[in-house]
Write a protein that binds this ligand. Structure first.
Ligand SMILES: Cc1ncc(COP(=O)(O)O)c(C=O)c1O
Length: 392
């Protein structure tokens, strides 16, 4: 975080936000300016920047399900889930998600972000130690900040360090929290080992499966099913409906009593308008499609592996993907930004991750594999990245 140094008290109403200009100037000097670009509906670029891993967001089965849900239930949920915002469609999605994921129950939220805040705040208290992986997603970090628990930041993907933190704690309760697939480099967490560490330390395990649902496990059932941990009494997952499922919204999945507790106590569930019916319909449409076409999950993983292999073959510093995310190192934030811009000019959209979104300070381009990419598109993307790469 870049902190302005201005300390003078503003003398006029027009000056109260002057410090924001200094903050913007500091970000610009560090190469960290962020800008919005609106995406045309018929963008001709080759898209390796979105999280639409299975290529479902524009699938007719998904868009028709969204439209039908909006026509039947309206443009919005009309209220919070506990008041008027739960439709039969929300319940249907929760039942089908729980069944697909192999857990007792699921609860749908207006976003994956809200689902993470809910799980972290409602499943902990001042007598709880949260042991959180250092590379966890920002929504998990914010959940830790909001929780009234003690928080220990554990070294990345280090189950032995987690076990030590649990063994040394004074708090009676503990929650180990990790992404299943880390969103920057696309590496998977050692879930079996984390579960064993949590169990031997008397802790619950919370896994954010945002990048695992739809990609990992048999037929895309997610990282917990893949690790043989779905349905365990001490394990809870969160997920987003906005990546593989091509919709919008989030979910918490786990034991029935955990879900009941969230309904009665999670503030981002109670004080938030329910997920819009169109999004619920879209997620249901995508989930049913994934059940019918489970090969989409394996294809997303295959595309990621091909991308990484060919990028490495082209001399670029690509990560080894465990799911559908591949990253390529850039020398610095400005070069990363320029590289992404050059790719776009050449017809390829890629993500650009710079501090503070990267926990280790290395800027990267982030590529998302999509199940619907052809072999020729993969080669074209690699050739474009190699041609536009910053010279050392
Ligand atoms: C790991 C992870 N968790 C949570 C989220 C938040 O999900 P949503 O975009 O549905 O709020 C994201 C996505 O941005 C993510 O990458």
């Amino acid at each position: 975080m870049i902190e302005p140094t201005t300390t003078a008290r503003p003398q006029a109403p027009a000056a109260v936000f002057d410090w924001l200009d200094e903050a913007a100037e500091l970000r610009a000097r560090a190469g960290l300016t962020r800008t919005l670009r609106s995406r045309p509906a018929d963008d001709p670029v080759l898209d390796l920047a979105s999280n639409d891993y299975l290529g479902l967001t524009r699938h007719p089965a998904v868009t028709e399900a969204a439209a039908a849900a909006a026509r039947r239930w309206g443009g919005g949920a009309t209220g919070s889930r506990l008041v008027t915002g739960t439709t039969a469609l929300h319940t249907e999605l929760e039942v089908e998600l729980a069944d697909f994921y192999g857990v007792e129950a699921a609860l749908v939220f207006s976003s994956g972000y809200a689902a993470n805040l809910a799980a972290l705040t409602a499943l902990t208290d001042p007598d709880t130690l949260i042991v959180s992986d250092a590379y966890n997603h920002a929504s998990l970090i914010d959940g830790c900040r909001l929780a009234r628990a003690q928080v220990h930041r554990a070294p990345h993907a280090d189950p032995a360090a987690v076990a030590r933190a649990l063994a040394e704690r004074a708090e009676p309760r503990a929650l180990v929290v990790s992404d299943s697939v880390f969103s920057v480099d696309g590496n998977a967490a050692p879930l079996a080992e984390l579960s064993a560490a949590a169990r031997s330390g008397g802790a619950a395990l919370l896994v954010d499966d945002a990048h695992g649902l739809g990609v990992l496990g048999p037929g895309g059932r997610g990282a917990l099913v893949g690790a043989g941990l779905a349905g365990e009494p001490d394990t809870v997952a969160t997920a987003t409906l906005s990546k593989s499922l091509g919709a919008q919204g989030g979910a918490v999945l786990g034991p029935r009593r955990v879900i009941r507790h969230l309904v009665e106590s999670a503030r981002t569930f109670i004080f938030d308008t329910g997920l819009a019916p169109a999004s619920v319909g879209a997620a249901l449409g995508a989930l049913r499609l994934l059940r019918a076409e489970p090969e989409r999950a394996a294809r997303a993983r295959e595309v990621a592996a091909l991308l990484a292999e060919r990028l490495t073959g082209a001399g670029l510093h690509a990560s080894t993907p465990d799911a559908a995310v591949v990253s390529v190192r850039a020398p610095g934030p400005e070069q990363a930004l320029a590289w992404a811009a050059d790719c776009r000019t050449a017809g390829l959209a890629v993500g650009c991750f710079r501090p503070p979104s990267v926990p280790d300070g290395y800027s990267r381009l982030r590529l998302t594999a999509r199940a619907d990419l052809t072999d020729a598109q993969i080669s074209l993307a690699v050739a474009t990245l190699a041609r536009t790469a910053p010279r050392p």
